[in-house]
Design a protein around this ligand. Structure first.
Ligand SMILES: Nc1ncnc2c1ncn2[C@@H]1O[C@H](COP(=O)(O)OP(=O)(O)O)[C@@H](O)[C@H]1O
Ligand SMILES: [Mg+2]
Length: 410
């Protein structure tokens, strides 16, 4: 089908696997309808492009498209994010807020990791799907919205239904039109295509020659299980490209990058060939750690200075410094008082002995982390998923950190 080729180009989808093409074709067929679509497939198979295709080829294409990662939003705020809230409906709700379902009226919502929705939210979602009705948190007024829902999940929803974790009626309502994205290990030939694509991308980005696989390495690549699917293949290719000096990658080198366990645990390498692959990386890490230690010592001095100068009068810094303590029930002032101003916490529940170090280190790491997050967000123009990818953390973690550090990423 000519259309499929075009879609692949437009959305930069690589691969000729028939089941992948079938999935694209289904997305195209579903697009002009109003059906709810459920995209299933293991983590990393490339589910996230499908709702974008569907929206782009639907009658709603000029209206809003909102992607929500249900797994990344804390349970306590998800209703308010999805359905909005009234002013004063909970502590901290200083003003009213529109939810995604209100904002995307006339458009499309992509609910990623829909299996993570808490059960109360599942009921509210069902009501939107069936009646187009929702209620803001803290309100009693029923509002109308016309939103098309596309959902994705990598969990076995029927099994979740069986265990009482997911509403059966909601499952059927969401999966009017199911689209399955096949795991990478079942897409013959696509692995090598994807490898070449990712290798060329990195090479262009960093202006260096692309890595190539020896024949034997190609066999290793193609017979590997890829438990993390395309996402894992992309990571491995990028790591190889950056860390390997030799642009011709041997099978032994490649194996060093492929965890052999099915559970994706980081691999412990034993053979000298495999060791070599990591030596550069290790050097870089040592350097970073060394620099951090230096910074930490400087900071330690600064903190002690400040504490001595300001005595018990709760320096402003303390609120930042002590925020991440294990026991948040004590105020910074309590903390300093209890410890004679020395910052050593005498608390039998405290899991870590040297709290002073922990406090300083956590502050420094926070600063660095915040800086990295801000930079990643800027680089990706606020697009959290990409920023999270760059940072190598999950979107859920990124989301939490943005809240925690009060980062303004709009
Ligand atoms: N067929 C493909 N061609 C090119 N890149 C792909 C393909 N499938 C997935 N990717 C890339 O792999 C990564 C993971 O895909 P994503 O859609 O986030 O997976 P998930 O199924 O977990 O949502 C993304 O960077 C995506 O761009
Ligand atoms: Mg995903």
């Amino acid at each position: 089908m000519e259309d499929i080729k075009m879609i692949k180009q437009r959305f930069e989808i690589i691969g000729n696997d028939v089941r992948l093409e079938r999935a694209i074709e289904k997305a195209l067929l579903a697009a002009p309808t109003e059906f709810s679509v459920l995209i299933t497939g293991e983590s990393g198979v490339g589910k996230e492009v499908f709702p974008r295709i569907i929206h782009a080829y639907s009658r709603r294409k000029h209206a809003q498209y909102i992607a929500v990662n249900c797994g990344a939003i804390p349970e306590g705020t998800i209703d308010s994010e999805l359905f909005g809230h009234e002013r004063g409906s909970f502590t901290g709700a200083l003003s009213e807020r529109k939810g995604y379902f209100e904002e995307s009226d006339g458009g499309t919502i992509f609910l990623d990791e829909v299996g993570e929705l808490p059960s109360a939210t599942q009921s509210k979602l069902l009501r939107v799907l069936e009646a187009g009705e929702f209620i803001r948190v803290g309100s009693s007024k029923v509002q109308k919205t016309n939103v098309r829902v596309i959902a994705a999940t990598n969990v076995d929803l029927p099994a979740a239904v069986g265990r009482g974790r997911f509403r059966e009626d909601l499952y059927y309502r969401l999966s009017t039109m199911p689209i399955q994205v096949p795991p990478l290990r079942e897409r013959e030939g696509d692995v090598s295509l994807l490898f070449r694509k990712f290798a060329t991308d990195v090479a262009e980005r960093y202006r260096m020659p692309a890595v190539k696989l020896t024949e034997e390495a190609t066999i290793v690549l193609e017979s590997y299980r890829w438990p993390g699917n395309v996402r894992q293949l992309k990571n491995v290719t990028e790591q190889l490209s950056v860390l390997e000096q030799d642009r011709n990658v041997s099978a032994a080198t490649l194996r060093g990058y492929l965890p052999q366990d099915t559970n994706l645990l980081p691999m412990v390498s034993h053979s000298p060939e495999e060791e070599r692959g990591f030596s550069n990386e290790r050097e870089i890490l040592y350097k970073i750690l060394f620099d951090m230690k230096q910074d930490m010592n400087d900071l330690k001095r600064l903190v002690l200075d400040l504490m001595q100068k300001k005595g018990e009068e709760q320096p402003e810094y303390s609120s930042v410094l002590f925020r991440d303590l294990h026991d948040t029930h004590h105020s910074p002032a309590d903390f300093i008082r209890a410890n004679g101003g020395r910052g050593h916490k005498v608390d039998h529940d405290a899991p870590i002995e040297d709290t002073e170090e922990v406090v300083e280190e956590s502050f420094l790491i926070e600063e660095k982390e915040k800086e990295l997050i801000v930079r990643a967000l800027e680089k990706n123009h606020g697009r959290r998923r990409r920023a999270a990818n760059d940072l190598g953390i999950s979107e859920r973690t990124l989301y939490r950190k943005i809240k925690e550090y009060n980062i303004d990423d709009e």
